[in-house]
Design a protein around this ligand. Sequence first.
Ligand code: ADP
Ligand code: ZN
Length: 621
Amino acid sequence: MSEQVRVLKQYFGYDSFREGQEELVESILAGQDTFGIMPTGAGKSICFQVPALIMKGITLVVSPLISLMKDQVEGLNQAGVHAAYLNSSLTAGQYWKALGYAKEGRYKIIYVAPERLVTEAFLDFAMQADISMLVVDEAHCVSQWGQDFRPSYLKIVEFIEKLPVRPVISSFTATATKEVRDDIIDILLLQNPKVVATGFDRPNLYFAVQSPKDKYASMKNFLELHPKQSGIVYCLTRKYVEEVYERLKEDGFSVTKYHAGLSDGERKNNQEDFIYSRAEIMVATNAFGMGIDKSDVRFVVHYNMPKNMESYYQEAGRAGRDGEAAECVLLYAGQDVVTNQFFIDNNKDNQELDEISRRLVMERDRERLRKMTFYCFTNECLRDYILRYFGEYGSNYCGNCCNCLTQFENVDVTETARAVIGCVESSGQKFGTNLIIDTIHGANTAKIRNYRMDSNPYYAEAARVPLYRLRQVMNHLQLYGYLRVTDDQYAIVKLAEKSGAVLGGEEKVMMKLAKEQEHPAKVKGSGTEKAKRARKGAAAGFSKEEFSEREEQLFERLRALRTEIAREENVPPYIVFSDKTLVHMCVIKPETKEDMLTVSGVGEFKYEKYGERFLRCVRER
Ligand code: ADP
Ligand code: ZN
């Protein structure tokens, strides 16, 4: 067994590395600068924690997020690793004490906030210390291209240059775009780095989009199908958060909330309630989640469509970080597009840019919003759509998203398409999607009369086609190059390459549509039999879905024990053991220490701490 695998097993209780991890660990141990790009939940921390435990000196980890530092350090301490963090959450007294211990060489791994690096006190320590590696976590924060640029990250280079000996530099991020990657390498001055990017697919996540008439009712139905599970509900605005939170509370759910309008204290408390599983459901704006490492989040519901796919995948990706099956459901409504559009048009961050840059940024944002909207309308495999968006190839069929699980038929929508395109052409390509759709649907509104669209040759041409279908066709036409929409704020529909062929009758437009009886069923919760079957198939390795009643009871007992221990130790339950570890215990039903050590997630140190108690719990039956 290699040294790396031994450390992985001893401290973290895992038998093998996941994709990409070993390569990264080896590169670091070979003394090469290293750059890992892995999606959230893929297991980046292991990639630097394992070599940190093997290397002779200290490892410094630069991280922007206080909550993440605390979480990781707690996790390490639980695994028997001496680690500490240095950031603004410590009092001056605590800070000096920790720094003093650091000088005495008591810590193997030290997390530090970037703005601390070049302070006199920290430099005083760093100049004397034997630093083997500097880890830059969330490395995209150095790039102005990214969404989370932090000027304090630029201090990292300044710090490195001050050190008497340059340590190995490793950096990690979940952001994939090329601009950001290049920036990280250039700005951090990585030397001939080994770059490892692993796939963005998260097979244990089930994806679904619904367009329910009543979002709240639909979500409530979903939540009722997921009792006692930890989950996040993301809303676009504070107002929605408050509204949804109040209703859920009234309906008796165990719920808390998070948004930038709450006081620091309230945010902290609520976040901890969620992390420590005192509240099951977190209702939040996108202000919540960065760096929150709760691994047993079983679902992420988006009450509103977010502004782009990057945000969506990042937020949805907070589900199922333990590798167990989890669900990501997006509840779409047309209003979400309007709200996002408003945010883009009134983005304060952009006001300081010069006119040209501002226009470019807005165009880019509108384009991203459009791609996000298409995600909500596509009838193709959702996973495939996501992976293609991030520049990977999917398989067209994943079997674990709502589209793959719905019966579709190929429908000829040429006639409707011709009405749409004809209406755009005959009205001089100067109107937006809504007016075009209203026209062919035969609406009788002031706007239609004002623009004299009621005398357009295509007026009421598709009066019998329901509005939702017209919107689907409109989106389809844009997605496949039959029409395009201008990038400015007016979003005017224009003809495109393939328009003529449809009008001229040379090209048919085929669209994959859910079988009729299934369509409104899209509104149904994803707790349907189909979804359950899918989740079963998707869970990597062993799954709780196949539990017998006895195993189910054992699981509940183990979970209760875990909660008890978490309370005693004042750490979140998943820091004691992950759900996956408990599930594995139920499968293995260990009777001896040796058995217990074969359970994924049980290392030597944790065994010494809790092993006996869990063994007793298994024996109880
Ligand atoms: P990231 O930082 O990439 O979002 P984490 O480092 O928090 O992800 O890891 C996500 C989860 O996966 C954690 O619960 C972690 O313990 C687990 N994990 C990481 N590596 C392995 C492995 N080799 N085998 C099993 N579980 C792992
Ligand atoms: Zn699919």
